[in-house]
Write a protein that binds this ligand. Structure first.
Ligand code: ZN
Length: 814
C-alpha cells in the first residue's frame, strides 16, 4: 500500500454503508457501478453471483463444467482485487441456458438457493442491495430473472428470525434498507426521462479520482478485462457514465433524495463515536509525504477496536486498520511455505520493520481460522491458536527476523475445492454449512504475529503463502495446496472399445518412491473383463502400466476407474492443472474415471483434419475412437495439400477466434468443390453476423445466417424432417435412440434453415416452444459437401455419448 492507498483505505474506514450487488453469472456484475461505490463512495461492496459460470463456453482453454467454474471463480476474484469488492456465490450450478426463472428455480430447488442468498446477506450485512436484472421476463435468461426474484424474497427473510433459523447459530438476522434494480436504457429507452429522485435515480459513475490518478471507469475497465475466458477484454471507460437505479423495495431515508444515504452504524458500534472522530481528524491531517506521522493516532485507534467483536463492520475495519499500520511503518510479515513433503510442510515466519521504526516481536502463534476441515488434524482443535514462539526478539530496522518450523498436514486435504467434494447435479454441496457463499476454501492456517510498537502490542494475522520464481516472470504467489501422496491417471481421455475385442488402457501412477508398495487395479463396468486383475507395485522403477480391457458383447457402458491401494488407503484421484497467467495456479484433484463406451457403429477409416477453434476436446475424442485425424493449423492451410483429407472439421467458434481462417475460407471452399467434406461446428453471432464477414466471405458456399436459436433441454425429442437424408442413413442408421443420454443441451447458435441451396434434416423443440430447424444444415457444392452444425458435439463426444459419435461419423463420411 502506498500513501494514496493508505489514504483511500482510511476514507473507506470512515464510512459504514455496505452495498451488495446480486446477479447470476461471472460477468453479469456492473463493474463501473461497483468501482464507483467502492472507490468513489468508499462503501464496503460485494458481488453475489448465484453461479460460478460452469455452464458457459471457454474462450481460452479446454476447461468445461466444474473446471470452468474454477477458472471463472478465480477470474471474478481477480476482478474484485482490482475494483476493491468482495465476492460471494450460492450453491447453484450454471447448468446452461435456461428459458425461464421457474425452470431454474425448480432445478436448483428454490429454498436451497434462497437460503444461501439470505445467508450471504446476514454474513455481509448490506444496507443496500442492487440487482442487475428485473424480477421478470425482461431479464431474458432464466438465471437472470431468478437472481432478482431471490434478492427480493431474501430482502424480507434476512430480517426475519423465523426464516432459516438454523443459520442463527453463526449470524444475526439483518435488515436491509432498500433494493434497487440497476436498470439500463438497454431495457427502456425512456429511462432518462423517468428520473424523479424518488423511485428512479441517475448516478454519474464516471468521475475522476485525483488520488487514484484515474477515473472509476478506467479502473472498472481493468476489472472487467479479467474475464478472459469469456473474451471480455474492454477498453477503459472515461468521461460521464450515467447508471440508473429503480427502487424495487424498501424506502429512502426520510426527506432524502440520495439513493445511497443509509443509517450510520457508528452510534451502534462499540467505541464507534470515538473511532469516528479520530478518523475525521486523521483524514484532515493525513500527510502523504510523511505517512509515519499518523502512527500515534493509528495506535490510539487500534486500542479502541473491541477485540472480541466479530461483527462484519468491526472485522472489516480492524483488518483495514492493521494493514494501514503495517504499510505505514513498512512492516513485512509473511509465513512462507519453504519445504513441502506429502504429510508435513516447513514454514518460515518472516518479520521485517523496513521504515526504521523500532519494534519487538513478542510472539508468534499458528492460528486455525475455520472449524470444519481436517487439514491439520494432528495438531489442534479448530479456531484455536498454538504457540510457535514466545521469545521476545528485537526487530532491528530493516533486518529480517525469521522463525522456521514444521507442521503436520493431511495429504490431499485441500486438493479439491470445497464445493466439489460431494456428488452434485444442479446444486453443489458443502461439507460444512458455514462454507456456503465463500468463493473458495478459506481455511488455511495463518500465523498471528504479535508485534510491539512503542507501548502498544498489536496482532497481525497472515495466511500461509507459497511463492515461485520464474526467470521470465519473476516471483509470484501460488495457493498453498496439499496434494494426495499418490495420483493415478488414465492416459486415454475416453475409453472406446469394439465389442468383444481387447483394448489397452494405460494408467500412470505419480508420487512413487523407492519404498512404495501397493496394488494397482482397474474398476470396470459389470460384464466386462480386465487383465491382469491387479498389478503389484514395488518401488518407482516404472510409472506407466497397461491393462487389457474387453467390453461385453451387448454394448453396456459405464466408467473405468484406476485404484492404487497402498498401506490401507485407496488412491483414485488425478490432478488437473489449471494454469493461466492472469489467475493463481490451481492443481485440482478429481476422481480419475474415464467414460467407457462400446463402438457399435462404423468408425471412419479415411484421413481427416481438425482446425482448432476456441478450445474443445473433439479432436482428442475422435482420436480415442481410432479415427485417423490430425490437427491442421490455419497458418498451414495455404501450403497443405488438402485433397488428402476425406473431411476437414473446424473446432467450436473457429471463425470467431481466427480472422486468418476467414481469409483462408476460399481455400476450404475450393477443397469442397473438388470433392471434400467441410464440417463446421457452431460459431456465435457475435462477430459473424449473417454468416458473412464484412468482405462478403461466408462459412458456406452459399450465404446463410447464424441465429441465437438453441435447444436447452438435453432430452428434447428429435424430429427427422428429411428421413431419407444421408446423415440419418449412411453408413449407420440413426434413430431416436441415438439421441438418448445426451448431456446439458442439444445445441446452440443454429443456422437459419430457410437459406437457399441448403437442407435442414433435423428439428428440435424445447418444451412449449416451436420447432427450430437449423441444428444441421447441409449442401452439396461441386463434388463435395458443406455441413454446419450447432449440435453440442463438443460436450457429447468427450462425455462418451454413443449416438453423438454415430451421427458425427455419418457427417464426417458424408
Ligand atoms: Zn448472465
Amino acid at each position: 500500500m502506498d500513501p494514496s492507498e493508505i489514504y483511500a483505505s482510511l476514507q473507506k474506514m470512515s464510512q459504514t454503508t455496505r452495498v451488495l450487488y446480486i446477479a447470476a453469472h461471472p460477468d453479469d456484475e456492473n463493474t463501473r457501478l461497483l468501482t464507483f461505490l467502492s472507490r468513489g463512495k468508499h462503501f464496503e461492496t460485494a458481488y453475489l453471483s448465484l453461479t460460478r459460470g460452469d455452464g458457459g463456453q471457454n474462450l481460452i482453454g479446454d476447461e468445461q463444467g466444474a473446471d470452468l467454474g474454477i477458472v471463472r471463480t478465480q477470474e471474478l476474484l481477480a476482478a474484485r482485487r482490482v475494483d476493491g469488492t468482495r465476492q460471494f456465490f450460492t450453491r447453484a450450478i450454471d447448468f446452461g441456458y435456461s428459458k425461464s426463472a421457474q425452470e431454474s428455480l425448480s432445478l436448483w430447488q428454490h429454498d436451497s438457493i434462497l437460503s444461501d442468498v439470505v445467508w450471504v446477506i446476514r454474513q455481509f450485512q448490506p444496507d443496500i442491495i442492487i440487482t442487475r436484472f428485473p424480477p421478470d421476463e425482461r431479464a431474458g435468461h432464466g438465471h437472470h430473472t431468478a437472481s432478482a426474484m431471490l434478492a427480493l424474497e431474501a430482502f424480507d427473510l434476512a430480517a426475519d428470525p423465523g426464516a432459516f433459523p438454523e443459520q442463527l447459530k453463526w449470524c444475526e438476522p439483518w435488515k436491509v434498507e432498500r433494493v434497487f434494480w440497476n436498470a439500463s436504457s438497454w431495457w427502456d429507452k425512456t429511462l432518462p426521462d423517468q428520473v424523479d429522485n424518488k423511485t428512479v435515480f441517475g448516478v454519474d459513475v464516471g468521475g475522476y479520482d485525483p488520488i487514484l490518478g484515474m477515473s472509476y471507469g478506467e479502473l472498472a475497465g481493468k476489472a472487467r478485462s479479467q474475464h478472459r475466458s469469456q473474451g471480455f477484454g474492454v477498453s477503459p471507460y472515461r468521461g460521464e457514465q450515467i447508471e440508473y437505479l429503480r427502487l424495487l423495495k424498501g424506502e429512502l431515508q426520510p426527506g432524502s433524495t440520495d439513493p445511497f444515504e443509509a443509517d450510520s452504524h457508528w452510534v451502534k458500534m462499540v467505541n464507534g463515536t470515538e473511532t469516528r472522530s479520530l478518523l475525521v481528524k486523521m483524514l484532515e491531517e493525513y500527510d502523504m509525504k510523511d505517512p509515519l506521522a499518523a502512527l500515534p493516532d493509528l495506535l490510539k485507534m487500534y486500542a479502541l477496536v473491541p477485540s472480541e467483536d466479530r461483527t462484519p463492520q468491526w472485522t472489516d475495519k480492524q483488518n483495514r486498520l492493521s494493514d494501514i499500520i503495517a504499510a505505514s511503518v513498512g512492516l513485512w510479515l509473511e509465513p512462507v511455505v519453504i519445504a513441502k513433503e506429502t504429510d508435513r510442510i516447513q514454514i518460515s515466519a518472516e518479520c521485517l520493520s523496513a521504515a526504521g521504526v523500532s519494534a519487538t516481536v513478542t510472539g508468534m502463534d499458528l492460528y486455525f481460522p475455520g472449524d470444519g476441515n481436517d487439514l491439520f488434524p494432528m495438531l489442534h482443535p479448530r479456531g484455536k491458536a498454538a504457540q510457535i514462539s514466545s521469545e521476545k526478539q528485537q526487530l532491528p530496522a530493516n533486518i529480517f527476523v525469521r522463525d522456521t518450523f514444521w507442521i503436520a498436514v493431511t495429504p490431499g486435504a485441500n486438493a479439491t475445492p470445497y464445493w466439489l467434494q460431494r456428488p452434485y447435479s444442479t446444486t453443489y454441496q458443502a461439507a460444512d454449512a458455514k462454507w456456503r457463499g465463500q468463493p473458495e476454501w478459506d481455511d488455511l492456517p495463518a500465523v498471528r504475529f504479535r508485534i510491539q510498537l512503542g507501548e502498544s502490542e498489536l496482532a497481525f494475522t497472515r495466511k500461509l503463502v507459497e511463492k515461485k520464481i520464474d526467470p521470465a516472470r519473476g516471483e509470484y504467489y501460488v495457493p498453498v495446496q496439499m496434494l494426495p501422496a499418490y495420483h493415478v491417471h488414465v492416459e486415454e481421455q475416453l475409453c472406446l472399445f469394439k465389442p468383444g475385442l481387447p483394448s489397452e488402457v494405460h494408467v500412470k501412477l505419480d508420487g512413487l518412491d523407492a519404498e512404495t508398495t501397493g496394488d494397482l487395479k482397474l474398476r470396470i463396468p459389470s460384464g466386462w473383463s480386465v487383465s491382469p486383475a491387479s498389478i503389484r507395485i514395488q518401488g518407482n522403477e516404472h510409472t506407466l502400466y497397461t491393462f487389457q480391457v474387453t467390453a461385453s458383447d451387448n454394448g453396456s457402458e459405464g466408467v473405468i476407474t484406476p485404484v492404487f491401494h497402498s498401506h490401507g488407503n485407496d488412491y483414485k484421484q488425478e490432478i488437473t492443472d489449471i494454469i493461466y497467467e492472469h489467475l493463481p495456479e490451481q492443481h485440482i484433484a478429481h476422481i480419475a474415471s474415464r467414460p467407457a463406451m462400446v463402438l457399435l457403429m462404423h468408425v471412419p477409416e479415411g484421413s481427416y483434419a481438425y482446425i482448432e477453434g476456441a478450445g474443445d476436446l473433439v479432436l482428442e475424442s475422435l482420436q480415442a475412437a481410432g479415427v485417423n485425424v490430425e490437427p491442421l493449423s490455419v497458418n498451414d492451410l495455404a501450403v497443405t495439400d488438402l485433397s488428402v483429407y476425406d473431411a476437414i472439421i473446424t473446432g467450436v467458434r473457429a471463425y470467431n477466434v481466427s480472422d486468418r481462417l476467414i481469409s483462408a475460407q476460399p481455400l476450404l471452399l475450393q477443397y469442397v468443390q473438388q470433392g471434400g467434406t467441410l464440417l463446421v461446428q457452431y460459431n456465435t453471432t457475435n462477430n459473424f453476423t449473417l454468416g458473412r464477414n464484412a468482405d462478403g466471405a461466408s462459412m458456406g458456399p452459399y450465404p446463410f445466417s447464424l441465429t441465437r436459436g438453441r435447444t436447452t433441454d438435453e432430452n428434447a425429442s428429435p424430429e427427422f424432417l428429411l428421413p431419407d437424408h444421408p446423415v440419418w442413413n449412411t453408413p449407420d442408421k440413426i434413430t431416436a435412440d441415438d439421441f438418448e443420454g445426451w448431456v446439458q443441451e442439444r445445441g446452440l447458435y443454429y443456422a437459419d434453415a430457410t437459406a437457399d441451396h441448403y437442407q435442414a434434416p433435423l428439428g428440435f423443440a424445447d418444451p412449449g416452444e416451436e420447432t427450430l430447424r437449423g441444428a444441421i444444415l447441409t449442401t452439396d457444392y461441386g463434388q463435395g459437401t458443406f455441413i454446419y452444425t450447432g449440435l453440442s458435439f463438443f460436450r457429447q463426444l468427450p462425455a462418451g455419448v454413443p449416438g453423438a459419435y454415430k451421427l458425427f461419423f455419418n457427417m464426417m463420411t458424408y
